[in-house]
Structure formats: structure tokens, C-alpha cells
Design a protein around this ligand. Structure first.
Ligand code: ADP
Ligand code: MG
Length: 321
């Protein structure tokens, strides 16, 4: 199978590459053409995933397709952008039809969940690696950035954290992976759900936002630095799933604080918006506040400042970033 046959069969023909709103021209020419409504800006982000660095060797291709797009789309959620399309630059060792078919199905599944159309890409031979560029649209000047937090804002997260970090020993085959709790964590690792609707709802409400990819503490440090303020986190308020507590035991909280790959949003919110957040997004949790100062402070259950846990799990998400 040649390069063009491969592109045609598995990508141009995939459900996610069919005509979509905002895509004036898709796969097949030298460029794709995207149409933005007047007054909107284009949000663009690229992520590369390399075998052995960001995911294990011999991954399930369906799951890999899902995860690669979810990781990339999460950056659109973080900016409050509405999804438009994406490109896929892929390097594969060989043209294995069954593998490519399953990969394209996983990719299409996540593309459908996110509302993203595949509009182009590149295909080369070599060690397995994927580069996805996602495109979104946002009303001019309304994107959520990391730099707008204000002293007095609440620090919030989009839901339970730490599941993907808790899944790592299972992903790496260091631990038995049967049972519903293990399956739930594996699902969170392989198919994170980018919080695109939440991100758009936060436009005009949140003062700063990002998606948690390197771990809550590390990523909150980015908001603190960009905003020139301190973020204080109360460790006991960080939501943990029952599945994570079952699998990780006493290490669950450290997974949530320092583990990576959550792909949930962290954001700062003026307190006046809290009732609406609680009503619309009950899974979101307030975990702390924004203060004058710098860096990230962690408080224990007694309200005492404690040293943050070191990243206890070596994980694919941070090593190669
Ligand atoms: P060019 O040589 O002009 O860069 P290519 O021959 O690489 O174009 O690709 C032909 C068309 O197929 C282009 O529209 C490109 O965007 C698309 N394409 C190539 N690889 C992929 C892929 N893996 N997934 C989706 N579209 C792809
Ligand atoms: Mg060309």
C-alpha cells in the first residue's frame, strides 16, 4: 500500500474527515481552508506523542488514536475555544492495514466526541510518533489565558484528579489490571474527555485557566507565575475518585497533586460566579484561592503549610515534554 492509498483509505475516508462546519476545504489539496465567523480568533495548539516516551510500546491502536486527539483537544478547552478541526502528522513503522484501521476508528471516535474535523496531515515512515495540531475559534479577546488571576479569586478544578497517574502502573503492566476500579482508571488514562463545554462556559467568568497535564501543583505554578500571584491549595479539597482511592490507597492524594495526564481544567474564578458554577458544573470543585505573593502553597487538613509531594510516579506525560 502506497502513501496516497493509505491516506485515502484510512484518513480521507474516515468519519472524522467528512465535510464539517467551518471547513471550507479538507484533505486532498496543498492546504486545508478553515472559515472563521467574523470577529473570532483562531486558537492553535500542537502536541507530539512519541512511542516509549508518551505512551508504551505496542499500544492498542484504537486507544492510541483516542488519547492522541484528547490530549491535543484539551488545550482548546483550556483557552475556552470552540472546536473546529485538526491535522495529523504521523510517522509509522509500516503500513499495517488492521492497525491503521483501528487507529483511525479511535481517532474518529474522539473527534466525534469533541466536534473536531480531520482537515489534513502528513504521513511518513519511521519510529511511531504522532503530531496533532488542533484549531478552534474564540470571540476576539475572550480566550482564557494563564495570566489574568486576581487576588481573592477561588481556585477551582474541573473534576476528580489523579486517575491517570493512578493508572500508570496498570498501563505499564506493573500491576494486575482487572476489576471495575482498574478499568475506570485505565479508561481515564486512554480516553480523557477534554472539557470543551466547560472551557467555553468559563469565558467571561474565569480570570485564568489551563488544562492539567503535568500535575496540579506544577500546572498551578504556571498560573501563579503568569499572573504574578500565589495560588494556595487545600490538599483535602482536591476531589479523588473512589476508584483511585481503591487502587492507590494512601498514595491517591499524591497522584492527584503531583501525577500528570489529568486533562481536566484548573481555573481561577471570582466568587460571584460560584453559585452558577455549582449549578451548571457540579463535578467542579473549589480547592483553594489566589493570594498576593508568588508560587504555589499547599495546606494540609489542619491548615498548616506543607511541602508539596515530589512527582511520585514517573509518567509518559512529563518525561518528554
Ligand atoms: P503535500 O505533499 O502537498 O504536503 P501530501 O502528499 O503530504 O501533501 O498529502 C496529501 C493530502 O493528504 C494533503 O491534503 C494532506 O493534508 C493529506 N494528508 C496526508 N497525510 C494525512 C494523514 N495522516 N491524515 C490526514 N490527512 C493527511
Ligand atoms: Mg503541497
Amino acid at each position: 500500500m502506497g502513501e496516497f492509498e493509505l491516506i485515502r483509505r484510512f484518513f480521507a475516508a474516515a468519519p472524522c474527515a467528512q465535510p464539517a462546519e467551518g471547513v471550507a476545504l479538507g484533505i486532498g489539496d496543498d492546504c486545508a481552508l478553515l472559515q472563521l465567523p467574523p470577529g473570532e480568533q483562531l486558537a492553535v495548539s500542537t502536541d507530539t506523542l512519541v512511542v516509549g516516551v508518551h505512551f508504551p510500546h505496542s499500544p492498542d491502536p484504537f486507544l492510541l488514536g483516542q488519547r492522541a486527539l484528547a490530549v491535543a483537544a484539551s488545550d482548546l478547552a483550556a483557552m475556552g475555544a470552540a472546536p473546529l478541526g485538526f491535522t495529523l502528522a504521523m510517522t509509522v513503522e509500516q503500513a499495517d492495514a488492521a492497525w491503521l484501521q483501528a487507529f483511525a476508528q479511535g481517532l474518529s471516535q474522539m473527534a466525534q466526541d469533541c466536534g473536531l474535523a480531520l482537515v489534513g496531515g502528513d504521513t511518513t515512515r519511521g519510529p511511531l510518533s504522532l503530531t496533532l495540531t488542533v484549531f478552534g475559534r474564540v470571540p476576539a479577546g475572550q480566550a482564557l489565558t494563564r495570566s489574568g488571576a486576581q487576588a481573592g479569586d477561588l481556585l477551582c478544578v474541573g473534576g476528580e484528579l489523579g486517575d491517570a497517574a493512578g493508572a500508570l502502573p496498570l498501563v505499564l503492566g506493573q500491576r494486575e489490571s482487572s476489576g471495575p476500579a482498574a478499568q475506570q482508571l485505565l479508561q481515564r488514562y486512554w480516553a480523557p474527555q477534554p472539557q470543551l463545554a466547560l472551557g467555553q462556559w468559563l469565558r467571561g467568568r474565569a480570570t485564568a485557566a489551563l488544562d492539567i497535564s503535568d500535575g496540579l501543583l506544577a500546572d498551578c505554578g504556571h498560573i501563579a507565575a503568569a499572573s504574578g500571584l500565589a495560588l494556595q491549595i487545600e490538599a483535602q479539597r482536591v476531589p479523588l475518585s473512589p476508584a483511585l482511592q481503591e487502587i492507590a490507597g494512601v498514595a491517591a492524594r499524591d497522584c492527584a497533586l503531583a501525577g500528570g495526564d489529568d486533562y481536566r481544567l484548573a481555573f481561577t474564578l471570582p466568587a460571584e460566579h460560584l453559585p452558577a458554577l455549582r449549578a451548571q458544573w457540579p463535578a467542579c470543585a473549589v480547592i483553594g484561592q489566589v493570594l498576593a505573593g508568588s508560587g504555589v502553597q499547599l495546606l494540609d487538613a489542619a491548615g498548616c503549610l506543607v511541602d508539596p509531594p515530589r512527582a511520585g510516579y514517573q509518567h509518559f506525560g512529563s518525561a518528554g515534554d
